[in-house]
Design a protein around this ligand. Structure first.
Ligand SMILES: NC(=O)c1ccc[n+]([C@@H]2O[C@H](COP(=O)([O-])OP(=O)(O)OC[C@H]3O[C@@H](n4cnc5c(N)ncnc54)[C@H](OP(=O)(O)O)[C@@H]3O)[C@@H](O)[C@H]2O)c1
Length: 222
């Protein structure tokens, strides 16, 4: 058993979710409110360590009316437990789980950061050898009571999650902007598939304009 997973992101018309230098303010105000409504509706929000390092997100519900109980559990996929002590995702506004890989478990457990995080109430889950086993992580999160999970990137984790068949729905904000850049992160990076035959198929189930942006909702077909 695993949670129902909704991947949400904002991208430019040319499929970029950040520029090559890491600038990622793509969503308009209306879209940010939409994102926070999804957060409020989910039991957990998950991001990769690349996103934590680049954006230092809080991942709480704060752009709409909400109380602290509306904050979902925050999950960082972070094999080597590199999450900085100052990362806002580990503040006391909501529960946090750091998902690491078994190879680095001991190194991390003898570090000072481990005790500091534990004092803050941060929980840990270790799976996989050198990289987090996403199937095992989803199963653990479901056991922890997470029924609905919002995946908020970034590019590398998005690809691993869809390749593993762990995404049920995609909601994408397409902003009327073009940034280019061969090194700019796209919606899905990772190693990619070799042929179009291997592509994950989607079905468009909703589309509507929101301010200057376009919101598209897709169901992931099996
Ligand atoms: N526009 C948007 O909506 C949006 C949303 C989110 C992020 N972003 C942007 O996306 C960029 C970050 O993307 P990113 O690709 O660099 O990083 P990412 O996808 O956030 O994190 C990737 C990292 O996760 C770790 N990881 C552990 N297990 C994994 C697994 N099984 N599969 C995949 N990753 C695993 C890996 O690091 P370890 O091996 O060290 O664990 C990997 O390098 C930032 O620029 C951010 O601004 C944009």
């Amino acid at each position: 058993m695993r949670p129902y997973v909704i991947l949400n992101a904002a991208m430019t018309l040319d499929g970029k979710i950040a520029t090559a230098t890491g600038s990622s303010n793509i969503s308009g105000e209306e879209d940010l409110k939409r994102v926070h409504e999804i957060r409020k509706d989910c039991d957990a929000i998950m991001v990769g360590i690349g996103t934590v390092m680049a954006d230092d997100p809080r991942l709480t519900v704060h752009k709409i009316d909400a109380n602290p109980d509306d904050n979902p559990v925050r999950v960082v996929v972070d094999s080597k437990c590199r999450t900085p002590l100052a990362a806002r995702i580990t503040n006391k506004d909501a529960k946090t789980i750091i998902a690491g890989a078994n190879e680095y478990k001991y190194d991390f457990k003898v570090s000072d950061r481990y005790e500091t995080f534990k004092k803050r109430g941060v929980k840990f889950f270790f799976s996989g050898d050198k990289r987090v086993d996403l199937v095992a992580l989803m199963s653990y999160l479901h056991e922890e009571g997470i029924e609905k999970l919002m995946l908020e990137g970034g590019a590398t984790l998005n690809f691993s999650m869809i390749k593993a068949g762990l995404i049920d729905e995609i909601r994408i904000c397409v902003a009327p902007m073009v940034v280019g850049g061969a090194n700019a992160k796209t919606f899905f990076d990772g190693e990619g598939f070799d042929t179009m035959d291997e592509a994950v198929r989607l079905e468009l189930v909703d589309s509507y304009p929101l301010g200057k942006d376009l919101i598209l909702t897709y169901k992931v077909l099996r």
